[in-house]
Design a binder for this molecule. Structure first.
Ligand SMILES: [Fe+2]
Ligand SMILES: [Fe+2]
Length: 649
């Protein structure tokens, strides 16, 4: 059998030493220099493949692929100066393989090659078919599970961590890094793990996609690289390994595999890189230094697995990114909606964001509570997001309320007050004119001497009238304030509403219009009944608007939660006058946040911000009146939930 086998020598230097070996009668090697020839040759099962080490260093992925597909049974003899039989056995695990260290004598080389022709005296792979099958099945199951798990991970950070952890487990790698493509020119180093240095975490370094770095090369060319020792990258490659991390930590990076992550369209979206396959992976412990003798190269199966996994991960990642982008678009839309609400009433700037912060902080606090009514109440991530959106948009309906009502700070609109004062100035002037006219008429009719006898009386009468008008103006200006209306003022307003003066055209006109007397008669606050109803209608508009958005299953309750933010437990809220059992707990929480912010907001010119203590007292009072949920108010106060706003600033 051995007599019929040939020796194929691949990528040897053209020097006398090797030429004399290849020309030796017992060897008579066929020499070739490129991998394509090796692939094309009709190599027989017993032919020996003799490789010079630069060949398998340069093209280990391609070489392993060819050996696996075409020459699985061929004996392989490799000669090199850097590795050992032990280090490389894993790579050629299914081959008859032996390794010769340079320097090596001519005789030793010839003897090894002749032995290789006769496989009996050669290193035999230890193949346990049953164990192989079991192992392959196990890997398939793991790969399958991982593929399923990949589709369920929606959070990009968790997904990156998951991808790296699983690939490391599958390939028994000590360390790994993940890079994501950013635009056409850059790769972002986003995540790294390392068992033996106990180091893992997010990274944020931007690399250029070019030939200079290993990951950049893979991103640029789409080639999977399997490097035996990164400290000795073959000179045929344009990149080199950056040893900075090793130097600063004492770590030794040796074997490395780097694969591109292809999406469904065949575009590269990232790069996975694993370092140092471990012989002792199963028993290894975190943070314990990795001994160099436990590092082995990645083999052909690893290349296949990583390529397969990288593409699945790429698809999962793209899906997660799509979701993330969608969410970002939606967040942008929500933010734009808030700008629309707050541009209607600049005085409430930041209100929606603060209500969202406070409400979500309250929900998170409830998640920590293990006693009382809320011991079992929990809000998961989706529910917290739902609550956040409901809070951010709770007042959106204000876009449908007229600006002047929304920003109304006094009982009369500014232009109404101006009109009113101008009217009273006119009345004053009319009284004055009347007075002088009366004086003149009297003198003309009765003479100046007689006039002197009534002058004082006429003057007193005039002054009285002027005083009355001035008092009326003062009362009206005072009544215009949104504070509690005094009874005297109320009576005065009724009286003025009934009084009349003669206008410039000689028409009898009321001192106060119906609208003015109604507005100024408001007992407390600045709004008439009609205006109050208009403001309250914002809840209904919020609901109508939010109901038009297809929120999807997870966020379906956003409209419902926002709708009830002005309801009170005692039924005195609006718009439905619901009672406790009918008000979603989320709306009850939001109601507290909403009132708290309205009381403490710094930016309302018509209303000074209340000190914290006073605001909390008001909340407690509202809870005592069964307007607000007492337990929620207690939690809000006891755990200083409102401090989340300070943290935010
Ligand atoms: Fe509201
Ligand atoms: Fe609000």
């Amino acid at each position: 059998m051995s007599n019929t086998s040939d020796i194929y020598a691949y990528r040897f230097p053209e020097d006398d030493f090797y030429t004399s070996i290849f020309n030796d009668k017992s060897i008579n090697a066929k020499v070739f220099t490129d991998i394509k020839t090796l692939l094309d040759k009709s190599i027989k099962e017993n032919d020996v493949i003799f490789i010079y080490f630069t060949a398998f260093e340069d093209n280990i992925v391609d070489l392993l692929d060819i050996l696996k597909r075409k020459h699985k049974k061929n004996p392989i003899v490799a000669i090199g100066e850097r590795y050992s039989q032990e280090y490389l056995e894993g790579i050629f695990e299914h081959h008859y393989f032996t390794y010769l260290n340079i320097p090596c004598s001519r005789e030793k080389i010839i003897e090894t090659l002749l032995n290789a022709k006769n496989k009996d005296t050669f290193h035999k792979p230890d193949i346990d078919l049953e164990a192989e099958l079991n192992n392959a099945q196990k890997k398939l199951i793991v790969l399958n599970n991982v593929a399923i798990a990949l589709t369920t991970q929606k959070n990009i950070g968790h997904l990156l961590n998951f991808i790296l952890t699983k690939t490391r487990h599958l390939l028994k790698a000590d360390a790994g890094s993940l890079y994501l493509k950013e635009g056409e020119k850059n790769l972002r180093f986003v995540f790294t793990q390392n068992i033996s240095t106990n180091w893992s975490g997010e990274k944020d370094i931007l690399l250029e996609i070019n030939d200079k770095s290993i990951s950049g090369f893979t991103a640029k060319t789409g080639h999977t690289l399997n490097i035996l020792d990164v400290y000795f990258v073959p000179p045929t490659f344009p990149f080199s390994f950056n040893q900075d991390f090793d130097k600063s930590t004492g770590y030794r990076t040796k074997s490395m595999i780097t694969a591109p992550m292809y999406n469904k369209n065949g575009e590269i979206v990232g790069v996975i890189q694993l370092m140092n396959k471990r012989r002792d992976y199963e028993g290894c412990k975190k943070g314990i230094k990795l001994k160099e003798e436990n590092i082995i190269p990645f083999n052909n199966e690893d290349v296949d697995l990583l390529n397969n996994f990288a593409s699945q991960a790429a698809v999962a990642l793209e899906n997660a990114k799509l979701l993330y982008d969608l969410r970002r678009t939606f967040e942008g839309f929500v933010k734009a909606s808030i700008v629309a609400i707050e541009s209607k009433d600049p005085c409430t700037h930041g209100h929606s964001e603060r209500v969202a912060e406070l409400t979500v902080a309250l929900a998170k606090k409830i998640n920590d509570i293990r006693e009382g009514t809320f011991a079992k109440l929990r809000f998961n991530e989706k529910e917290l997001l739902q609550l956040r959106y409901a809070s951010l948009l709770h007042d959106f309906g204000k876009v449908s309320v007229s600006d002047e009502v929304l920003t109304k700070s006094k009982k009369l609109y500014p232009y109404e007050l101006e009109n009113l004062i101008a009217r009273y100035k006119f009345i004053k002037k009319s009284i004055e004119t009347d007075y002088y006219k009366n004086c003149y008429d009297y003198i003309s009719k009765n003479g100046y001497d007689k006039f002197l006898s009534v002058k004082q009386e006429m003057e007193n009468n005039f002054n009285k009238q002027i005083n009355e008008i001035e008092n009326a103006i003062n009362t009206l200006v005072k009544s215009n304030e949104p504070t509690v209306l005094e009874e005297d003022s109320s009576n005065k307003i009724s009286e003025l509403a009934k009084s009349e003066y003669t206008d410039g055209d000689g028409n009898k006109t009321a001192y106060l219009t119906e609208r003015e007397s109604k507005a100024l008669s408001v007992k407390r606050g600045s709004l008439t009944e009609q205006e109050r109803l208009e403001i309250e209608s914002h809840v209904k508009y919020s609901y109508d608007y939010l109901s038009k958005i297809p929120w999807g299953k997870d966020l379906a309750r956003v409209p419902e939660i926002a709708y009830a933010h002005h309801e009170k437990l005692n039924g005195k809220g609006y718009p439905k006058h619901s009672v406790e059992k009918d008000i979603p707990i989320e709306s009850q929480m939001m109601g507290i946040a909403d009132i708290f912010d309205a009381l403490t907001a710094q930016d309302r010119p018509y209303k000074p911000a209340l000190p914290l203590k006073k605001a909390l007292d008001i909340l407690s009072k509202e809870a005592e009146n069964n307007a607000l949920n007492k337990e929620l108010v207690d939690i809000f106060e006891k755990y200083e939930v409102y401090k989340c706003l300070e943290e935010k600033n």
